[in-house]
Design a protein around this ligand. Structure first.
Ligand code: CA
Length: 501
């Protein structure tokens, strides 16, 4: 009896361990069953207001971007990559949800950008790419500019900033709430403002009347900003240190998670206004602060790539680099921020939304130049594809999984059309070489005057293969093509899901 009892005592933990092993093996197989490849760590870097021509690998000669160029050399450089919108918030929404932002009826998504007192613009009930990666076992972090709001009605900067990034799929968040030119000028970690002194609470308003009533001021952290605020002085950032602060957080995240699968979304504030580079970059381009900030951006990306090298993770990590919209200037002496493309940030012209788009996974995706039409809205399905995550039906509804194509599958579905949105919520359609705008009067985005908006609509059609600068409106000559494009735009607007299922 004694022996039997002892046997029982010994076998119980063994059985328990075996059943644990069996669960682990079953889980591994069920995950492996969907994945025919090794799944990588994932880093998505989305720069701010960086144009197509703002890197050496896209033709720039006056600014030096050795680390972005290295990514391009070791990966795939897309020539026809687009932000899904020509300004910050809508592109960032689509980057996380895979849904065209204009399908949502909220300020900041169907036009304009979010204010610094915006509620969270992504419903926590929505399926998101970070949420799917989290479910698949990835440690998920968002570091950098958020600009998608906090809270249900408005953010509580003195209490819990809830819901926010942590409620839509990220395990951790560190960064700036909106833009570097918007109040409040503080860093947030997870649900709290960093370094806030409770005796000097933060007040924020984007309503002039309310701001006046509360005695709020546009002055914060050394200069005037957009919005009005008061208090929180102990938490104010120093503009010139924002890039280094974000970079340090990224490196620490990589070091902490080097032995597990991770997803890092890094959204630098470079090169959004106010352009205040760290003193070690000031004057480095000889062209001005914005291009000095490009050097700062490149150095941050270099620090991340060097960290991957140091931790021996470069061959285990897919890196994607792009920008949230085109540059807001078109000419800086001998430098053309948007390359040969017409227009700038907020506009429907190519310069508003055609951006750098680079993918690298050393040893797993070949290097080279790609001419296919791709967009930042494709990043969510692509990273889920890389992670072997099977998308739930209708999840990430407008996002194409580029991963099979990145891996060299020749028959992989690529997008044959793309809708892009201006900063004023107006749409244009790309398909093949063609670009269609229902109303040319609105192409200038935030710069389109009211008289233009009230004028009768003038449709426009451009052949970008022959006319990349969009100077010849072919609408009257190419009536059939224009009609096809107009119909496709209407169909895309009406269809809630456009990705291949
Ligand atoms: Ca931007």
């Amino acid at each position: 009896m004694t022996i039997n009892h002892k046997k029982t005592m010994q076998t119980k933990p063994l059985r328990f361990l075996c059943s644990l092993c069996s669960i682990a093996i079953t889980t591994w197989f069920s995950h492996a069953a969907e994945t025919s490849h090794q799944t990588p760590n994932i880093i998505v870097i989305l720069a701010d207001d960086v144009g197509w021509g703002d890197a050496g690998c896209y033709g720039a000669t006056k600014v030096k971007t050795p680390h972005i160029d290295r990514l391009a050399r070791e990966g795939q450089r897309f020539l026809d990559g687009h932000a899904s919108a020509a300004c910050c918030t809508p592109t960032r929404y689509s980057l996380i949800t895979g849904q065209y932002s204009w399908r949502q009826n909220a300020m900041g998504l169907n036009k304009g950008v979010a204010a610094g007192d915006s509620p969270l613009l992504i419903s926590p009930s929505m399926t998101t790419a970070p949420g799917l990666l989290k479910q698949a076992g990835y440690q998920t972090a968002m570091i950098g500019k958020w600009h998608l709001g906090f809270g249900v009605d408005r953010p509580d900067y003195n209490g819990e900033l809830h819901p926010g990034p942590l409620e839509i799929g990220f395990h951790e968040f560190f960064g700036i709430p909106a833009t570097n030119d918007r109040i409040p000028t503080v860093f947030v970690r997870n649900h709290r403002v960093v370094g806030l002194d409770a005796s000097d609470p933060i007040h924020v308003s984007y309503d002039k009347e309310e701001a006046q009533k509360l005695g709020l001021s546009p002055f914060a952290a050394g200069r005037n900003r957009i919005g009005w605020g008061k208090g929180g002085k102990s938490a104010w950032w120093k503009d010139a240190d924002i890039a280094d602060t974000h970079m340090r957080e990224c490196i620490q995240f990589l070091e902490r998670n080097q032995n597990r699968k991770f997803f890092l979304m890094f959204t630098p504030h470079d090169v959004h206004a106010p352009t205040i580079p760290h003193p070690r970059f000031a004057g480095s381009s000889g062209l001005g602060n914005r291009t000095d900030m490009l050097h700062e951006l490149d150095a941050s990306i270099g620090a991340i790539l060097q960290t991957l090298d140091r931790l021996n993770l470069a061959k285990d990590t897919l890196v994607i680099y792009s920008s949230d919209n085109g540059a807001y200037v078109t000419d800086e002496k001998d430098h053309k921020p948007n390359g040969p493309y017409r227009g700038k940030k907020s506009q429907l012209w190519e310069g508003g939304h055609r951006v750098p788009f680079i993918t690298r996974w050393l040893g797993h995706i070949s290097s080279g130049e790609r001419k296919e039409l791709v967009s930042t809205i494709d990043i969510p399905a692509t990273i889920c594809g890389a992670a072997g995550v099977k998308l739930p039906q209708n999840a990430l509804p407008d996002s194409y999984n580029l991963f099979p194509s990145l891996r060299g599958e020749t028959n992989a579905p690529m997008r044959d059309h793309l809708v892009v949105m201006s900063g004023t919520g107006h749409l244009a359609l790309r398909s093949g070489n063609w670009k269609y705008m229902p109303n040319l009067n609105l192409a200038d985005g935030w710069q389109a005057g009211k008289n233009k908006q009230d004028a009768p609509a003038r449709p426009a059609l451009y052949d970008l293969a022959k006319d990349p600068g969009e100077s010849q409106n072919l609408f009257s000559q190419q009536v059939q093509v224009a009609k096809k494009m107009a119909d496709l735009l209407e169909k895309t607007r009406a269809q809630p899901v456009t990705r291949p299922q």
